[in-house]
Design a protein around this ligand. Structure first.
Ligand SMILES: [Mn+2]
Length: 367
């Protein structure tokens, strides 16, 4: 980040373009982006990032139906446009794509706007998380982020870093930066990040005073505005009232075991770092793990629990009975039971408050 700022300070042209060193620009990549920025200096624009194979340097076109997003772990991800959005774009595929987040390395910005917005957070070192910070900042402080589909730039996506990180791994730096971004820009919503990545709470993120002052001075909007207007697709757990925690039975915790949709659920020693043991209880009685919900494939004793996309169906609704520690499926007398966990994962059996294998405590994460 500091190198980029030094580069921008040295630049004499009115518009800056940042590219990684491992990029190859395609034909007429520059003009479509320049056209957007010269039309409105608060537009911060990216090309479509094509893929250059790290093994053969083969050039592979990327989909034009993608934009940048993230989950509450605040890790950048590509996501497909909604079918509605895709349909709109079919009429004119040259239309720009508004994106909640930029990938990071490749973008164009008006130089005076970059300076006005506070360049980069100079307390970030080496790598990671800066795209999150600048994305929140641009949107919340009155600008916009666009992908310009008529501009294409190839990029070598590497599997690992060709350098070492002094004093920690790349992940540690990324977490520090992400935490700085969360602390400065996300208001109370940062608690969902800490719930999703409990380890982040122990990362020292340094002093953020100057960035908080920048936010105030630029009169930036709050994170609630960003969620409602820029990224309404990012679901706030339980509309903001969800509780994150673990389901504990003795020293073991309910665990996805890394399984995805249709996978079973089991028990694993409680490790206290969230991840596969992190669940949220929602107001509509779902037990969520990210976008997946604890689901009952059929209503009979012995049925094994699976993970399935949350659909708000009755087979995904659970209640915790007062007075005992059972987790009961809504509407039937079936409760989550670990007796056959080793063989079949967690199942439901007829509720029996005297069975230890049906007793769970829900331990809420402190953030
Ligand atoms: Mn790169």
């Amino acid at each position: 980040m500091r190198s980029r700022v030094r580069g921008s300070d040295a630049a004499t042209a009115p518009i800056l373009t940042f590219l990684d060193s491992h990029c190859e620009c395609n034909q007429h990549w520059l003009e479509p982006m320049l056209e957007r920025v010269s039309g409105d200096r608060t537009r911060v624009v990216c090309p479509i990032i094509d893929v250059i194979s790290m093994d053969t340097f083969q050039y592979i076109g990327a989909s034009a139906d993608l934009r940048g997003g993230f989950d509450w772990n605040l890790v950048f991800k590509w996501e497909y446009l909604s079918s509605e959005e895709k349909k709109k774009r079919q009429k004119d595929p040259t239309q720009v794509i508004k994106t909640p987040m930029i990938a990071g390395g490749l973008f164009m910005i008006d130089k005076s706007y970059f300076e006005q917005l506070g360049k980069y957070d100079m307390f970030m070192d080496i790598w990671g998380g800066e795209n999150l910070e600048i994305s929140f900042r641009v949107w919340q402080c009155g600008g916009s982020l666009e992908i310009v589909p008529c501009s294409r730039v190839g990029h070598v996506f590497r599997k690992q870093h060709p350098y070492t990180f002094p004093g920690g791994s790349g992940n540690v730096f990324a977490r520090k930066h992400t935490r700085r971004a969360a602390e400065v820009w996300m208001d109370d919503y940062k608690k969902y990040y800490y719930s999703a990545v409990p380890l982040a709470k122990s990362v020292n993120y340094g002093n953020i005073q100057s960035r908080l002052e920048l936010r105030k001075q630029l009169k930036c909007k709050n994170f609630k505005w960003y969620l409602e207007n820029v990224y309404p697709e990012l679901e706030v757990p339980d509309g903001g009232h969800g509780t994150f925690g673990v389901f504990k039975q003795n020293l073991k915790c309910m665990d996805t075991l890394g399984h995805r949709a249709e996978g079973t659920v089991g028990l694993y020693s409680c490790h206290g770092t969230g991840g596969n043991q992190e669940w949220s209880l929602t107001r509509d009685k779902l037990i969520r793990h990210g976008e997946l919900c604890l689901s009952l494939p059929e209503l009979r004793p012995g049925a094994g629990l699976i993970l399935a996309p949350c659909q708000n169906s009755d087979l995904q609704k659970w209640m915790r009975r007062d007075g005992d520690r059972l987790i009961k499926a809504v509407g039937v007398k079936l409760c989550i039971d670990s007796a056959r966990e080793r063989a079949d994962g967690l199942v439901v059996e007829l509720c029996d408050a005297t069975k230890l294998t049906q007793q769970w405590s829900f331990v809420v994460n402190k953030s």
